[in-house]
Design a protein around this ligand. Sequence first.
Ligand SMILES: [Zn+2]
Length: 201
Amino acid sequence: MNKTVLTYCSECDGDKNHKKLFSKMIRGNSKSIEEFSIVECMGCDSVSFLQIVKLSKRSKPMHFNYPDDSEGYYNVLSQEYVKFFPKMIRGLYDEVISAFETNSVILLGVGLRALVEAICMDQSIPGNNLLKKIEALHHEGLISKSELPILDKLRIIGNNSAHKMEGLPMKKLELALGIVNHILTSIYILPIINKRLKIDK
Ligand SMILES: [Zn+2]
C-alpha cells in the first residue's frame, strides 16, 4: 500500500500529495476494492477523509474526498430578502444559486457578471460598457471605493467565462458571490429594512 497519494485538497483547492495517516482496505464480493483513509495534505496540513474505489483491478481508481467542494460554503441571501429584488434580478439570482449547487463554474462567471449588468440596468446606470457602468455605480454612491476594483474583477471573470470558456475555482466564485450579495443588500434590502425600523424620536 502506498504511503502517499495524490488527491484533491479542498483547502488548497487543487490536487496535492497527501500522507496516509490511517488506511483500511476492503475487498468487495466482485473484483472491487475500496480503500478508506484518513489523509493529511502535504501542502497545508489539513486532515480529511478519502475513499478510493476501484471497480476492478484494471479500472481507474475513483476518489471521493470529504470534505469536498461540492457542499459549498457560499452564502445565499434568504428568500425573505430575495423577494424584495426586482423580478428580473430575482430570477437571475435564483439561476446563479442553482449554478452554485451544481458547481457550474463557467455559468457562474457569466451569471455573476450578468447580475451586475442587471443591477445597472434596473438602477438606470448610464454607460455604454460595463466598465463605465461600474464606475457610475460608484459615482451614484451605490458602491464604495473599496468595492470598485472587486466589481471590475467580476466584469473580467464574466468575460473570460463567456469568451474563453474558462471557469474560476469555486472558492473565488464564492467570494465574488459575497460581493454581489453585499451590493444587492445595500441597494434592495437595506432601504426596506430602514423603512420598517420606525423609531419614535
Ligand atoms: Zn491542502
